[in-house]
Design a protein around this ligand. Structure first.
Ligand code: TRP
Ligand code: SF4
Length: 338
């Protein structure tokens, strides 16, 4: 065979790694902050996406029996919204235990001061004390995240703004590793995704502890109930009072889920008191429901077929472990441990 008729080799794709911390049923913030980007990035990169349950354990450790059902739900949800489990590696973090070995290697390369300065630690110490999470597991969270990324040789990491400091720390650890052991681990770059800030139903930040989140695949009637709880512009205390959509979370959600025509209907109707907040919320529920109907059914199918889901998870974890073992071998060779 001459060079001219050799089959064209596809250029290797850049590695991308990301994960969702396993902390319960996903809410719409997970879609707009992570899933939506993963769906778009999956064709362009070689992707490793994980249900990060060891990170979930930092808050769930008192009730760890929840973690495995949550893992299954996270994986089912990721697939249901359109991430292809054959083209991407979908895995559960705790089923790739190699990551913990790399974590321990990285732990020695991480001065305490680096971790003390990470905003997600520094700014929540009091909160952590109150919730019994002021401990080593929580403190070392970013080191484990660095190990997650490096164990898959991740070069790009799609994350929101809140994770930038973790990525910076990961780069520092990797630089130290490469310097000390003459390694070639990639310094991962954050792929900053434009993530809309979603308010919770009560207008505060969407958070599990406030119970103000909107589930990602709610049944239609539960969806309507939750949307009805959303706070509206207080100026519209009565139906006949006009309001300002910009001061209302309902409109914030319309911007994500509704088309131009509906948006005009909301803005005009709100400002002229032509529509009531009930009408406005009804339209929003309808539009969210239209978008989530299909994934909701797909997720149910997956969860109702445990054998199928188990085999998808097993296949993903096995591919993830193969890669993780390869990396660990290289790491140990650099360190002259083998
Ligand atoms: N810390 C991330 C979050 O809270 C979740 C996560 C864990 C992650 N490991 C990761 C994200 C590795 C990207 C890469 O959103
Ligand atoms: Fe909010 Fe819609 Fe009511 Fe205006 S009409 S205040 S946008 S819910």
């Amino acid at each position: 065979m001459t060079a001219a008729n050799l089959p064209l080799k596809a250029s290797p794709k850049i590695r991308l790694m990301s994960g969702i911390r396993t902390s319960g049923t996903l809410h719409v913030g997970h879609y707009w902050g992570a899933l939506r980007n993963w769906i778009q990035l999956q064709d362009q990169y070689e992707c490793f996406f994980g249900s990060m349950d060891l990170h979930g354990m930092t808050t769930a450790y008192k009730d760890p029996g929840q973690i495995m059902p949550w893992n299954r739900e996270v994986i089912a949800e990721i697939i249901a919204w359109g991430v292809n489990p054959e083209k991407n590696v979908l895995f559960i973090q705790s089923l790739v235990p190699e990551v913990l070995e790399l974590f321990m290697i990285f732990a020695n390369l991480t001065p305490m001061g680096w971790l003390e300065r990470v905003p997600t630690w520094k700014d929540s110490e009091e909160e952590n004390k109150a919730s019994d999470t002021h401990n080593l597991g929580r403190f070392s969270y970013p080191v484990l995240q660095a190990a997650d990324i490096s164990i898959f040789l991740g070069a790009k990491v799609p994350v929101g703004q809140d994770q930038v400091a973790h990525l910076e720390l990961c780069r520092e650890i990797v630089r130290r590793f490469n310097h000390l052991y003459k390694g070639k681990l990639p310094e991962p770059q954050a792929l900053l995704t434009d993530t809309p800030v979603l308010p919770g139903l009560d207008g505060r930040k969407m958070s599990k502890s406030y119970n103000n989140g909107l589930g990602l695949t709610l049944e239609e009637k539960d969806l309507r109930k939750r949307v009805n709880l959303m706070v509206t512009d207080p100026a519209r205390a009565r139906r006949e009072n006009p309001g300002d959509p910009e001061k209302c979370s309902v409109y914030g959600f319309h911007k994500l889920y509704s088309g131009d025509e509906d948006l005009r209907w909301v803005v005009n109707g709100c400002r002229t008191a032509g529509i009531g907040c009930g009408d406005c919320k009804g339209k929003l529920s309808e539009n969210i429901n239209n978008l989530s109907k299909e994934p909701r059914e797909k997720k149910k199918d997956l969860l109702n077929n445990p054998m199928q889901l188990d085999s998808i998870i097993a296949a993903g974890c096995s591919r993830a472990r193969d890669e993780a073992q390869k990396t660990l071998k290289i790491v140990k060779q650099c360190m002259k441990l083998i």
